[in-house]
Every structure is written in structure tokens, then in C-alpha cells.
Design a protein around this ligand. Structure first.
Ligand code: GN1
Ligand code: MG
Length: 369
């Protein structure tokens, strides 16, 4: 990083209530939306500074209000249970004016969190234990928030996991074809269209009152879970921007999409991309353990479809972004969104092949490998 940029970032970090002087800054994390830095202070404390992507999150007040409410609620719960509040949840540091974020002179919004020490993140799971822990952390997160009132939360991105709406947006991107790329991805477009019918299952069940809305994370990809460096236990979920009312099977699904794949999200060789059933099974066991019997039979039976739809929806979003000129997800190279789309579709096909084995009953009987 240039000295000028480092100086600016330190100055911004010092505008929050840390009571210290920022001494070092380095980029951290691989998120597709915000830009994240680790800032060290003279006190020896470290903090996470993030520039908030306001073209994705337009209502920053609503966004930060959700995060403050949810993290404070989690903190109270952890206290009641005698758990370490500094590890079990992120903590928002207020800006000098008392607000949970600040806007700089260029209109850029920033926030600061305490850093959870001694943790690692994984882009991919290297063992079933990692996925068991991931499932456990997500299930527990939902159980912890089970009596948080859903109505208190703002919808930070409207229709975030409304898959039929996502499909409409996708068709719009295809018909506008802003970058003249649609003809070259006819195969991928056909892949989406062939699965159009299934996309509304969750919304339909919700309409029939058969699927509860819960406080869910909505983006619990493996990289958004912090693990203890020594014990390898999951410590907490981060990236809380999309904590909103949602469906439990979708959180399970996003963990599978990201963590049970045998290759990275932007792998260029799709031959390497499959869904690992041992990783799937471990995540399922962890999730059910963490959710502590709070899920309905119907929700559990929808876990495989949750995994498939989260993967299909994500692939469709990558493809729509590729068609629109890569304006939503951060990219580091040409074609990266298309590669991401292809890995997701390969996972979907592989899930379709392994469908019977993905059933929770089969999996819990141990037939799932
Ligand atoms: C984005 O912020 P990050 O990288 O955790 C995206 C998710 C996608 C994910 C795909 C707000 O998550 O919905 O599933 O990329 N977040 C938003 O890796 O759009
Ligand atoms: Mg995010």
C-alpha cells in the first residue's frame, strides 16, 4: 500500500473511539463486496476497518442499526451463558460522534470492529471437522437469535434470496446484454432456464405458511466463519451485513455451496469441482447439533434443495454480473465472474447426480459417502 493511503486509513481509524493511535495498516480478507483492513494501535489492540460498499448497501443507517442490534443481543446471550463475549461476536466501535460508522469528506462510509484474535478463516474445508464446526456455528447462530424479534431488522438488500426475483433480474441482464457477452454464454443461460421451475419452491412454501421466517445470516459462506487457530473450533460468524429474516435451509445451503466444494469458487478447471458428501454430511450434523431441535421436519427435509438453490442462485448472480460488465462482485481478472458461475453450475449438476445421497435421512444413517 502507498504511504499516502496508509496515512489516510490510519487517520480514519483514529476517528473512532479506540482512545489510541493507529500505528500500522494492512489489507485483510477476500470478501467480494467491501474492502477490509487490519489496523494495529499503539495500545497493542487490533481493529478491523472496513470501507462500506454503498452501491450494494444503500441504507447504511439501516445496515449498521441491524448489526448493532444483533451483536448487542448476541453479547447479552453470551454473557448470560458465561461465554467469552469478545470471541463469540463481533463488536462495533462507535465513531467519535457516537454513531456506529462515519462518512469521510469524499462521502465514503467506514466502520470499525474489534479484531477477534487468534483466528483463521478457510476458503475451502480441508477436513469434515471444519465443516462440522461451520454447521455448528451457523446452527447455533440461528438458535441464539431465535427469540430476537424478526420485525426489528431492516431488509438491507431487498429480495436478497428471493430466487424467482433473482431470476427475473438475470433475464433482464440477458435481454439487455450490455457488453455483448450473451451469445458466448448460451450454454450457461440454458442451464439456468432449464431449472427455472424449481426456483420458486421456497417462496411458494412460505406463501402457504409452511416455512418459518427466522433471523438468518444469509451469507454464511465458509470464509465468513472465524475459527480458533489452536483448537480449530468455530468462534463466530462475521460479515453480518445480510443478517435478516430468511430461511434456515438457505444458510445451510450457502455453507455447502462454499465449503463442501472440492475446489475454489473461481476454479477455471471445472473437472476439479464436485460436492463432497463427507463434507456435506459433517456440515449437516453440525448444523442440527447447533440448532438444538429448533428446526421443523419440513425445514430439515428442505436442506438439499436449500443447497442446490443457493448454489444455482449464486451462479446465476455471477452470470448476470458478467453480462452487466462485472459491476457488483469484485473481480481481479477478466472472466472471473464467468468462472465463478461455471463452478456453481458444476456443483449444481453434481448435486443433481448425488441427490438421493444428500437426503438428510440417508446422510444421518451414514449412507452419505
Ligand atoms: C458476496 O461479501 P461476501 O464476499 O461474503 C455476496 C454473497 C455471495 C458471495 C459469493 C452482499 O459475499 O451473497 O454469496 O459473495 N454478498 C452480497 O462468494 O452480495
Ligand atoms: Mg458480504
Amino acid at each position: 500500500m502507498k504511504a499516502e493511503e496508509t496515512a489516510k486509513l490510519k487517520q480514519i481509524a483514529e476517528r473512532f473511539e479506540t482512545g489510541g493511535k493507529a500505528v500500522a495498516v494492512e489489507p485483510c480478507g477476500n470478501g467480494h463486496i467491501h474492502t477490509t483492513y487490519l489496523v494495529a494501535f499503539s495500545s497493542g489492540e487490533q481493529y478491523i476497518l472496513q470501507s462500506i460498499n454503498t452501491s450494494v448497501f444503500k441504507d447504511v443507517d439501516g445496515l449498521m442499526d441491524n448489526i448493532v442490534k444483533v451483536t448487542s443481543f448476541l453479547r447479552r446471550r453470551l454473557e448470560e451463558q458465561g461465554k467469552d463475549v469478545n470471541r463469540g461476536t463481533l463488536t462495533v466501535i462507535r465513531a467519535a460522534d457516537g454513531r456506529p460508522y462515519l462518512t469521510d469528506e469524499n462521502g465514503q462510509a467506514w466502520r470499525l470492529y474489534t479484531n477477534v484474535n487468534h483466528v483463521v478463516t478457510y476458503e475451502q474445508a480441508d477436513s469434515p471437522e471444519v465443516m462440522y464446526q461451520a454447521g455448528l456455528a451457523i446452527g447455533r447462530f440461528q438458535a441464539f437469535l431465535a427469540d430476537f424479534s424478526v420485525g426489528e431488522l431492516h431488509e438491507t438488500i431487498p429480495d436478497f434470496h428471493n430466487t424467482p426475483r433473482r431470476y427475473q433480474d438475470f433475464e433482464k441482464a440477458v435481454s439487455q446484454d450490455r457488453c455483448g457477452r450473451a451469445a458466448s454464454v448460451a450454454k450457461e443461460i440454458a442451464f439456468v432456464r432449464a431449472r427455472r421451475e424449481e426456483m420458486s419452491v421456497f417462496m411458494d412454501l412460505r406463501g402457504q405458511g409452511r416455512l418459518p421466517l427466522r433471523v438468518t445470516h444469509n451469507d454464511p459462506k465458509l470464509a465468513n466463519i472465524l475459527f480458533d487457530q489452536t483448537t480449530h473450533e468455530a468462534v463466530c460468524l462475521c460479515d453480518l451485513d445480510t443478517v435478516m429474516p430468511g430461511f434456515a435451509p438457505f444458510d445451510f445451503g450457502d455453507a455447502i455451496r462454499s465449503g463442501a466444494s472440492t475446489a475454489s469458487e473461481d476454479e477455471t478447471d471445472c473437472e476439479k469441482v464436485t460436492v463432497s458428501l463427507p463434507l456435506y454430511q459433517a456440515c449437516l450434523k453440525g448444523f442440527l447439533q447447533g440448532a438444538k431441535g429448533r428446526l421443523t421436519e419440513e425445514e430439515i427435509s428442505l436442506f438439499p434443495l436449500g443447497a442446490k438453490l443457493m448454489t444455482l442462485e449464486c451462479g446465476m448472480r455471477f452470470l448476470a454480473d458478467y453480462l452487466e460488465g462485472d459491476i457488483y462482485f469484485k473481480t481481479e481478472r477478466e472472466g472471473q465472474n464467468l468462472d465463478r458461475c461455471r463452478t456453481q453450475f458444476k456443483l449444481v449438476s453434481d448435486m443433481e447426480r448425488k441427490w438421493e445421497k444428500m437426503s438428510p435421512q440417508a446422510c444421518l444413517r451414514g449412507d452419505c459417502d
